[in-house]
Write a protein that binds this ligand. Structure first.
Ligand code: NAD
Ligand code: UFG
Length: 336
């Protein structure tokens, strides 16, 4: 079975390529490297001892993407390629809408023309907007608060419509909660550009001495210790969720969406403590005001994925911190 992976050189994509190769799939990556480095794919080969094919191409180049499909004739597609920074999407909405939506429409059109009708799509818990009820289930109301989230929601709607129009499509959207951590080899991991927006990469960079102090955004939420609570999921558990989705895709009817989370909430302060323990480093932090657009608590009800995909997150917060630290200390400058 051959899987075409868009965005496969990126953070979640590279970890998923490892698990695909380990599971015996043939892998073809299409990525324009706008937010990644080809070295990640060399590392994927090193970890697995297996090969994969790489095309440096942009999903906006419809004709080139079609050529790749005609040459490769994949059985299924996993679609990670997209821009993902919430703040940047507010500043540059048209760029986000064009890249994420037009890129996806091109992909779907090419898939339709080349008769490839199995797709697993990277969605996000951001589609639940500012939901105040936890744990979050798939049938909760959907809405968004920023252009990035809007692209995820619109793409889910497009995919649903595609299936409604032609039920020979099989499409699964996986709604990720907070992907963190790295492969245990320390060879691949998250490599953010500039100052990290997300908690774990920032904490890792404080631990390795690249940043002085973490700002904790608010300690007055109605949570265990007043700081934000999230469902941090190890990226390898997340990657394995894609393998389960592919295993089941032929058996599902039409369009399905699944939460990929642990079902467990961890606070910012709990995360800092766990990281200090795993790294043996002090994480200096200061409490500052809430970050605009944040919610106090968000965690998944992952029971649908457990029941229908046979998937469950197994790795702990300790594993997450140990593996994130192993990646950070061995690659203080990321892939550069
Ligand atoms: P990433 O930026 O590391 O990976 C995305 C990859 O897609 C990059 O390698 C980038 O170069 C590529 N890409 C972007 N636009 C492209 C285009 N037009 N053509 C070809 N390649 C293109 O991000 P990630 O963290 O691995 O996220 C993967 C997917 O998961 C994204 O769709 C993201 O929105 C979604 N997601 C991520 C998170 C998270 O916290 N990391 C959470 C929820 C959902
Ligand atoms: N936080 C800090 N300091 C930081 C960074 C984050 O205190 O420097 C706190 C946040 O306030 C929040 C928690 O750490 O309480 C987690 O924040 P992240 O930025 O790591 O993650 P978010 O849950 O805010 O965002 C993630 C994804 C988004 C997605 C969103 C909603 O990164 O892409 O979930 O699903 F839109």
């Amino acid at each position: 079975m051959k899987i075409l992976v868009t965005g496969g050189a990126g953070y979640i994509g590279s970890h998923t390529c490892v698990e695909l190769l380990n599971a015996g799939y043939e892998v073809v990556v299409v990525d324009n490297l706008m937010n990644s480095n080809e070295i990640s794919l060399e590392r994927v080969k090193k970890i697995t001892g297996k090969s994969l094919k790489f095309y440096q191409e942009d999903l906006l180049n419809y004709e080139e993407i079609k050529k790749i499909f005609l040459i490769e004739k994949p059985d299924s597609v996993i679609h990670f390629a997209g821009l993902k920074a919430v703040g940047e999407s507010v500043e540059k909405p048209l760029w986000y809408y064009e890249n994420n939506i037009v890129g996806t429409i091109n992909l779907i059109k090419v898939m339709k023309e080349t008769e490839v009708k199995n797709l697993v799509f990277s969605s996000s818990a951001t589609v639940y907007g500012l939901s105040k009820i936890v744990p979050i289930k798939e049938d909760f109301p959907l809405n968004t608060t920023n252009p990035y989230g809007a692209t995820k929601l619109m793409i889910e709607q497009i995919l649903m419509d595609v299936v409604n129009a032609d039920d020979s499509w099989k499409i699964i959207s996986l709604r990720y909660f907070n992907p963190v951590g790295a492969h245990k080899s320390g060879l691949i991991g998250e490599d953010p550009n500039g100052i990290p927006n997300n908690l774990l990469p920032f904490v890792s960079q404080v631990a390795v001495g690249k940043r002085d102090v973490l700002s904790v955004f608010g300690n007055d939420y109605d949570t265990v210790d007043g700081t934000g609570v999230r469902d941090f999921i190890h990226v390898v558990d997340l990657a394995l969720g894609h393998i389960k989705a592919l295993d089941k895709i032929d058996k599902i009817s039409g369009y399905k969406a699944y939460n990929l989370g642990t079902g467990r909430g961890v606070s910012v302060l709990q995360m800092i403590k766990a990281f200090e323990k795993a790294s043996g480093k002090e994480i200096k932090y200061k409490i500052v005001g809430r970050r605009s657009g944040d919610i106090g608590e968000s965690f998944a009800d992952p029971s649908l994925a457990n029941k229908e995909l046979g998937w469950k997150a197994n790795l702990t917060i300790e594993d997450i911190c140990k593996d994130a630290w192993n990646w950070q200390k061995n690659n203080p400058e990321g892939y550069k």
